[in-house]
Each structure stands twice: as structure tokens, then as C-alpha cells.
Design a protein around this ligand. Structure first.
Ligand SMILES: C[S@@+](CC[C@H](N)C(=O)[O-])C[C@H]1O[C@@H](n2cnc3c(N)ncnc32)[C@H](O)[C@@H]1O
Ligand code: SF4
Length: 445
């Protein structure tokens, strides 16, 4: 039965880290719109800040992030100038009484910054924006480029959570993805962060990579468990060689098929749950003490988060911001981003202006992705008339559901145990942009 379900529902669909998804952003949203939207942020509003560092030591061949390999420091030091200017220009438009509750540096690999630049960047953010006393400050790091002085600089800057990229510890897998990363090196880096008081440790894993098997992912997860991270993300490899050139270096025939991918994902989940981790949404797991298990969970560009701020400000090349009016994205290429910041002060090149229908569908998709549930009364309360077509879609889906993936429940609709692994596919039934995006997405399981 599972085999049939995977064939029927495991096809390519978006990951829904936003709605509309980024491939539907258009140049109709401009720097002028972004300026107006920033100026309209209400005073006292909690804000979330994302800073993109688009540099890595080497490209991992599976990587779907917006980044490039650099072998000199100059492009990185050059990048600091437009980044600092963007902080100043955005801060000048925001209300004086805003409070930043979450800071996230992602990439790429923020540990490509020197210890001095880590300190400078954090100081610039604190000088321009009001960072709340209890703010979460998270950074993504590639352990292969983490030095003692950088760990100390992150800790001094106030970082309290690190996401450590691991993916897989098996040597054959590591060679096939161009990412050789010994277990001992990873362990030492985690210990170093803990020694410096950075106690929120996340580990990123990927299943569905070349040469991975259920047994190999089990060996990796057992090693990861010895490191006792607070959170573990298990992403399904998004293989899009038509769009991402370096993924063509991965041999198609070494990739596990859909059934094997499903088995790997299940094996990881089963082991993590047996070890006391609590599953969050589709692919995150957290230990019981972790804040991710305590209250409302949201979905944003980094995955699942406790960040409930309605406004996300993105800084740096390719970064995406989310404001009440819609989404904005900066120029992707670093040189283009830097030129636009110098000329116009901001670097918006595209975005999406949200309609009432978008807002209602976004809420439905996010609720499904986070809680496997679509709360009907809440949808009506928040979105009024715009809720009706979304609920009509849910009714139609539940009525024509031969495999019993979704059912009516007290609060509205919820996914069945059988439906949960296909949550992305079910969410896609509420996506009114989907038809024009075929071929752009990765396997849903
Ligand atoms: C910016 S990286 C993390 C930090 C650092 N650059 C590193 O790799 O160690 C973000 C994470 O996205 C995940 N990722 C990247 N490309 C992916 C892909 N094509 N499919 C699924 N997950 C992917 C990996 O787990 C990776 O650790
Ligand atoms: S996975 Fe991380 S280290 Fe590897 S290329 Fe992507 S961003 Fe860089």
C-alpha cells in the first residue's frame, strides 16, 4: 500500500517555506514598495532579522542554497560594505520602537567571515536595530571551516544557537557529494561551541543522497545521537539538476529511489522518536526540553521555528523578507546586490504583493505543514470571506480522498497517519499558483 501511495502522492511539489513560493515572485514589487512597507511597520512590533552570507569554502554538489565557493577573503570583506549600508538604510525607515526578537545568519556559511568581521557585523546590527534582551541569535555553520577564534567571536557576539551542517557521516556518501567531514571534527566543533556557552545545538541531516541506504542513515543518526543535539533536521534531498548546475556532478544512478527515500526518512524518524526526540512538522525533531516543543511553531525560510514575529527583514544578496503587505527579495548575485545598495540604498528586485486569498491560503498551508491540521473556525475568524474558497477546497479534498489522507475533525480538517508523510502534496492542493510551476520542485517524500 505504501508503495502505491508513494507513486501516487510522492511527486514533485514545493517545500512551502513561503506562500506564494519564491518562484512566483515578480519584478512588480520594487524598491519603492519595500521602502513604503518598511515605513508602515507599526511601532513596537516584534521583528525577525535574517542575514545572508553567500560564501563557502567549496561547493557541496547537492547544495541548493544561494552561495558560491571563494578562495580569497577579498570578496567577503568587500561584501561587508553593502551589508552595513543596508542595515543603516533599512533601520532609518523602521519605527524607532521596534524590537528584534530573532536574529539568524544563514548562507552559505557565515563562518566564512573572519572573527573580526563576525564582531563587526554583530556590532553593526546592534548599533542600528533594537535587539531584545531575550532574542534568539542563531547562525548556520559548516564545521569544516570553524576555528577557535570564530567560535569565540560568535559567542561574544551573543550567538545562542548554531546549526551544524552534517548531512551524512558515511565516507562513500561524503565523497559522492564532495563534502568530506570527519565525525571527530564535527564533535570537536560542537564541544567548542558548548565550552563557549552556546548551548542551542542543531544538526542538519539529508536523506536521499547518493549511495545512502536505510542502514547508512541509521549509522549516521546513531553517531549524531552521541553528540546530543537539541534539534535535528532531516531534509529530503531536493535534486534539481536542470536548475542547479553543480547537482549534475551527482550520478543519477547512485540516488535512492522514492521507496528507499521514504524508508530512510521513516527509519530516521523511528530512531529519533525512540530516543526521546519529538517530531516537529515534516522533518524537524527536538529534545523535550527544547523551546520548539513548547508552544506555537511557525514555518519560515529556515524551516520550523519558534519565531512568531509577523515581520521578517532580510539582509544581503538573495535574502527574502516578509512583511504584512507581502514578500521582497534582494538581487541574487553579490555584485548586482552591492551595486543596487550603492545606487538605490536597497536591493529589492522581486517579490509578491499578498491578496486576501493568498493570506488565507498561506495560513492553511502553514497550519498543515506545522500541525497537520487546518483549523476552520480560526481561518474564518482571521480571514472572513477569503476563508470560504479555502474551506471549499478542503471539503472537496476530504470528499474525494480514496486513500483517506485527510479527514474532518472537531477543529476543521486533519491529516491521517497515512496522510502525514504526504503533507507537502496535500498542502499543494491549496496552492492556486501551482499549475504554472511544474518541473521546478523536488520529490515530496
Ligand atoms: C546553508 S546550509 C548549512 C550551513 C553550512 N553551509 C553547511 O552546509 O554546513 C543549509 C542546509 O540546507 C540543507 N540543504 C542544502 N542543499 C539541500 C538540498 N539540495 N536538498 C535538501 N537539503 C539541502 C543542508 O542540510 C544544509 O546543511
Ligand atoms: S551545503 Fe552549506 S557548505 Fe555546502 S555548499 Fe551549501 S551552503 Fe555551502
Amino acid at each position: 500500500m505504501t508503495r502505491e501511495l508513494i507513486h501516487r502522492y510522492g511527486g514533485p511539489v514545493p517545500r512551502y517555506t513561503s506562500y506564494p513560493t519564491a518562484n512566483h515572485f515578480t519584478p512588480e514589487v520594487t524598491v519603492e514598495d519595500y521602502r513604503a512597507w518598511l515605513s508602515a511597520v507599526p511601532n513596537g512590533e516584534p521583528l525577525s532579522v535574517y542575514v545572508h552570507i553567500p560564501f563557502c569554502q567549496e561547493m557541496c554538489w547537492y547544495c541548493g542554497c544561494s552561495t558560491k565557493a571563494v578562495h580569497r577573503y577579498e570578496p567577503i570583506s568587500d561584501y561587508m560594505k553593502p551589508l552595513m549600508a543596508e542595515f543603516a538604510n533599512v533601520a532609518a525607515l523602521l519605527p524607532a520602537g521596534h524590537e528584534v526578537t530573532h536574529v539568524h545568519w544563514g548562507g552559505g556559511s557565515p563562518n566564512m567571515l573572519s572573527a573580526i568581521d563576525i564582531g563587526r557585523l554583530a556590532a553593526a546590527i546592534r548599533a542600528r536595530l533594537n535587539i531584545g534582551a531575550v532574542a534568539e541569535f542563531a547562525v548556520e555553520v559548516d564545521p569544516r571551516g570553524v576555528t577557535d577564534d570564530r567560535v569565540a567571536a560568535f559567542a561574544d557576539a551573543g550567538v545562542n544557537r548554531v546549526s551544524i551542517g552534517v548531512q551524512d557521516f558515511n565516507e562513500d556518501v561524503q565523497k559522492a557529494i564532495n563534502r568530506v567531514q570527519p565525525f571527530d571534527l564535527t564533535r570537536r566543533v560542537i564541544e567548542k561551541f558548548r565550552d563557549h556557552g552556546v548551548n542551542g545545538i542543531n544538526v542538519d541531516l539529508v536523506y536521499g543522497l547518493p549511495h545512502q541506504t536505510r542502514r547508512s542513515v541509521e549509522e549516521t543518526i546513531r553517531q549524531v545521537l552521541a553528540l546530543a543535539p537539541d534539534r535535528i533536521a532531516t531534509f529530503g534531498y531536493a535534486h534539481l539538476p536542470a536548475r542547479i548546475r553543480h547537482q549534475r556532478l551527482i550520478e543519477d544512478k547512485a540516488l535512492p529511489d522514492a521507496i528507499e527515500r521514504f524508508g530512510q526518512s521513516n527509519r530516521l524518524a523511528r530512531i529519533l522518536e525512540a530516543e526521546g526526540y519529538i517530531r516537529i512538522g515534516l522533518d524537524h525533531f527536538a529534545r523535550a526540553h527544547d523551546s520548539l516543543t513548547k508552544g506555537a511553531v511557525r514555518r519560515n525560510f529556515q524551516g520550523y521555528t519558534t519565531d512568531t514575529a509577523e515581520h521578517l527583514i532580510g539582509f544581503g544578496a538573495s535574502s527574502i523578507g516578509s512583511l504584512s503587505q507581502g514578500y521582497v527579495q534582494n538581487a541574487v548575485a553579490v555584485a548586482d546586490y552591492a551595486r543596487r545598495i550603492a545606487e538605490a540604498g536597497l536591493a529589492t528586485v522581486r517579490g509578491a504583493r499578498l491578496t486576501d486569498d493568498d493570506r488565507a491560503r498561506r495560513f492553511a498551508i502553514e497550519s498543515l505543514m506545522c500541525d497537520f491540521n487546518l483549523p476552520a473556525a480560526e481561518l474564518r475568524r482571521r480571514f472572513g470571506d477569503a476563508a470560504a474558497p479555502v474551506l471549499a477546497d478542503a471539503e472537496a479534498l476530504a470528499a474525494a480522498d480514496p486513500d483517506h489522507l485527510i479527514e474532518r475533525c472537531e477543529t476543521g480538517f486533519s491529516l491521517t497517519t497515512r496522510g502525514k508523510p504526504f503533507v507537502r502534496t496535500i498542502a499543494s492542493c491549496f496552492d492556486s499558483y501551482l499549475d504554472s510551476a511544474k518541473g521546478l520542485h523536488s520529490a515530496s517524500v
